[in-house]
Design a protein around this ligand. Structure first.
Ligand code: NAD
Length: 284
């Protein structure tokens, strides 16, 4: 891929400032990863309270990965909480990772379009919404690409670079080049429900949830998947992704989640997985 990008003359693209909107599970960890890889990062959410846990997680990541205290401090100083979104106008790359709701994403992009630097990358981390639908809100829909990271961001190298029918090689090349610049492995995919990975992953995860609903042991299912060679089992993965996120991706892909199921009940009780301390499993 690097060779292909070089041939397209895209090698020269320089990225130093990243602005991330949404400091939840994904946005917080994407921001931390970018700061870890040397970028200056601003992190935006609705208020400071929602940004703070992401900064704490970032510190834990830096402490794990760096040996020297001053390296941790330097990385922390590259990651700045920005509830007002002042970083938008300076950023080379903007990554949106807010709730999986079309209207919210559209409002964010139409709000920042006029404030961004010309040529800056405008990317969404959506798991399932077709890019064209988000891009409808833009004056220039060609600007929006998908940069779809995977959870946990620090451990998983893959980034899907999503190409909408409005994009040209330029935006896609820049997106792939940015993914390489932060040490990830880009794979360019077409905008289609679930893109590549979730299209394959969702039936697998929902199939496992269905077995648990029918009374089979989640521990046994997860252990079998790990024995098969998966890094974690499908139920643990659902807890890691977040049950609410899993449900919206499933719905977007046309799978239904029955209202009387355990899955639906856990969601209604706010037991969304690791991020809330309980989902199918209890987490410390
Ligand atoms: P999350 O609920 O943990 O975080 C979303 C954050 O967005 C919250 O902190 C919320 O306060 C913030 N937010 C909401 N509206 C906002 C606004 N108008 N301005 C600024 N911030 C706002 O969600 P998440 O799991 O991090 O998912 C975020 C996105 O990433 C979704 O599009 C999801 O589909 C996608 N995604 C999730 C996963 C996963 O495993 N959870 C993996 C890949 C992609």
């Amino acid at each position: 891929l690097s060779e292909g990008l070089k041939k397209q003359g895209i090698k020269g693209a320089k990225f130093s400032r990243v602005h991330v909107i949404g400091a939840g599970v994904m946005g917080g960890d994407i921001a931390a990863w970018c700061a870890y890889r040397g970028m200056s990062v601003t992190l935006q959410d609705l208020d400071m309270e929602r940004i703070k846990p992401a900064l704490d997680r970032a510190k834990t990541l830096f402490q794990k990965r760096y040996k020297k205290k001053r390296e941790v401090e330097a990385a922390m100083s590259r990651l700045v909480a920005d509830p007002q979104g002042t970083g938008v106008s300076r950023a080379d790359v903007i990554i949106e990772a807010v709730v999986e709701k079309l209207e919210v994403k559209q409002a964010i992009f139409s709000g920042i379009e006029g404030k961004m630097k010309p040529g800056a990358i405008m990317a969404t981390n959506t798991s399932s919404i077709e890019l064209e639908r988000i891009a409808e809100a833009l004056k220039d829909p060609a600007r929006l690409i998908g940069l779809h990271f995977f959870n946990p961001v620090a451990q998983l190298p893959l980034v899907e670079v999503i190409r909408s029918r409005f994009n040209t090689d330029e935006e896609i090349g820049k997106g792939a080049s940015f993914a390489l610049a932060i040490g990830k492995s880009p794979v360019v995919v077409k905008s289609a429900p679930g893109f590549l990975v979730n299209r394959v992953l969702m039936p697998y995860m929902l199939g496992a949830v269905e077995r648990v609903e029918k009374g089979e042991s989640k521990e046994l299912l997860d252990a079998a998947a790990v024995a098969f060679g998966m890094p974690m089992g499908p139920i643990e993965l659902m807890d890691t992704v977040g049950l609410d996120v899993g449900k919206s991706v499933a719905t977007e892909l046309g799978h239904s989640v029955p209202g009387e199921s355990r899955f639906a009940r856990l969601i209604s009780e706010g037991k969304l997985g690791r991020k809330t301390g309980e989902g199918f499993y209890k987490w410390e």
